[in-house]
Design a protein around this ligand. Structure first.
Ligand SMILES: Cc1ncc(COP(=O)(O)O)c(C=O)c1O
Length: 484
């Protein structure tokens, strides 16, 4: 490391103060009637009654080497970035001729104010200057401290050296994990239908997707075990990475129950792979039962967890963070250095305030969850006439209904021709297959933005479209094998 131990000691106090520095002033609006949410219960993604699995040994620093891609292993720290980190740690008595930072006095902004539904964010003076300046690649130090605290309180992860990296949205975290772990041609475990962002990231690597089927409770651990056991028996290359959305999966809407999460985690230890837990819908769990995260079970240091506030605070803010074992996090930070220096400081300063005010955040997230729950219920009620044509399971979390259209092998034409011409936009299931040219009978419907008054019209259109398509499918001449 660049910092000597002595220097580190002398500046510990100063560093602490700097890290804890508030870069934004927050004034709570008096007239905002917040919900009185039990913060500890709300942010609870662990099970205090579960006993920790100790059958498998935690991975050591050297163990992680075998998971690193060649590219990730080649990364080296830039000295200038280390100096930026140092600049945040050392005291004012240092005279610096080192940093390549711009002088904030040339920045044109003098005050930035932003009202939320429950508060007022004001940035000015030194605070504004800090929020407009370069920061260490890992993230705004005060935000990192807050996120570390948040993760340890909300997930109570087992004692494994871990840390947090601020990312530019959850998608950026996905990209980072793939770049960190995947070699061209590598096998990667996902659900059979998976978020498009993992596929588009993996395509250039020509990865082999091991797509595990789901039932209404998500990925089926027994199938995963059977598939991996078979690969091992046949001497095929084994996967180093699983990508999974445990709560309100995109596109299937499933929620993995705790038991399955434990089974899958056990398989990760047994077959030696890492789990990328992408959980942007965790606050949209309509069952109100807390479900322990993979991170909360991670006794061996096998989980890279992605958090994002895109679905509940702002998608444009790109507020997200990645939690991973330290040896991996260090590599990810080097990636950030090379790729974007760091995520937007202004966005980080805003995120800091949101995460810091846990009570307001819990209250806001409860409102957001209620808002979406109500829409889910409304679309569910509106979908009644579709049920017998395209059955689905009501999603317990997230934003999606996943319908299997009866009697149609492939919904592609129906979505892009018939439905589109009638002014109805849908997503065909193959959008979530690695091979998006494969035929697929599924449709994904999103209830996040459709207006209530449009729901019935959308559904009656959908009924007509499906009926027509089914009739067309029946009229299609069947292929008959002819002799000779
Ligand atoms: C499962 C999943 N992961 C990641 C993302 C990307 O989110 P972000 O805005 O945080 O990049 C999405 C967005 O739809 C998603 O559904």
């Amino acid at each position: 490391m660049f910092v000597t131990k002595k220097l580190g000691k002398v500046n510990r106090e100063l560093t602490k103060r700097l890290f804890e520095a508030r870069s934004v002033t927050l004034i709570l609006k008096k007239d905002f009637s917040q919900r009185d949410v039990d913060v500890n219960e709300f942010f609870k993604f662990y099970n205090e009654n579960s006993c920790q699995e100790d059958r498998y040994k935690p991975l050591t620093e050297q163990d992680y080497d075998r998971f690193l891609s060649t590219r990730a292993a080649r990364r080296e720290p830039a000295l200038t970035r280390q100096i930026t980190s140092l600049a945040y740690k050392v005291g004012k008595e240092m005279i610096s001729l080192a940093e390549g930072m711009p002088n904030e006095q040339v920045f044109p902004f003098t005050r930035l104010s932003m009202d939320t539904k429950f508060s007022k964010l004001v940035l000015e003076g030194k605070d504004l200057a800090a929020a407009l300046q370069y920061v260490p690649s890992q993230g705004l130090p005060a935000l990192l401290s807050e996120l570390r605290k948040f993760q340890s309180e909300a997930h109570r992860p087992p004692e494994v050296p871990r840390d947090v990296l601020v990312t530019n949205g959850g998608q950026h975290g996905i990209y980072q994990c793939v770049e960190l772990l995947v070699e061209p041609g590598d096998p990667v475990i996902t659900c059979e239908y998976a978020y498009t962002g993992i596929h588009s990231t993996l395509k250039p690597y020509q990865a082999e997707i091991i797509g595990i089927p789901e039932d209404e409770d998500g990925m089926i651990p027994e199938t995963l075990d059977a598939v991996l056991g078979e690969r091992l028996r046949r001497g095929l290359k084994m996967p180093k990475m699983m990508y999974i959305i445990p709560t309100g999966s995109n596109p299937t809407g499933t929620v993995l129950p705790e038991e399955r999460r434990r089974e899958i985690y056990e398989l990760a230890c047994r077959y030696d792979f890492l789990i990328v837990e992408d959980d942007p819908y965790m606050f949209l769990n309509y069952t109100d039962r807390p479900i322990p995260s993979f991170l909360s079970m991670d006794t061996c240091g096998r989980v890279l967890r992605l958090d994002s506030v895109s679905k509940v605070v702002s998608a444009g803010l790109r507020g997200a963070w990645l939690t991973a074992p330290k040896p991996l996090l260090h590599r990810l930070e080097l990636h950030t250095q090379a790729e974007l220096l760091h995520s937007c400081t202004l966005a980080q300063a805003i995120l800091l305030q949101l995460v810091q005010c846990r009570k307001s955040l819990a209250s806001h997230l409860t409102n957001a969850r209620e808002f979406y729950r109500e829409r889910r219920d409304a679309l569910h009620a509106a979908l009644k006439p579709v049920e017998h044509l395209a059955p689905y399971t009501m999603p317990d979390a997230g934003l999606f209904f996943w319908l299997r259209v009866n009697g149609i092998e492939d919904v592609y034409n129906m979505v892009f021709h018939t439905a589109f011409q009638r002014g109805l936009m849908l997503v065909p299931g193959q959008a979530f297959l690695y091979d998006s040219n494969a035929p697929c009978p599924y449709l994904r419907l999103t209830f996040s933005k459709i207006r209530h008054e449009d729901m019935d019209t959308a559904v009656s259109n959908l009924v007509e479209i499906i009926r027509e398509e089914q009739q067309r499918a029946q009229q299609k001449p069947k292929r008959v094998a002819t002799e000779g």
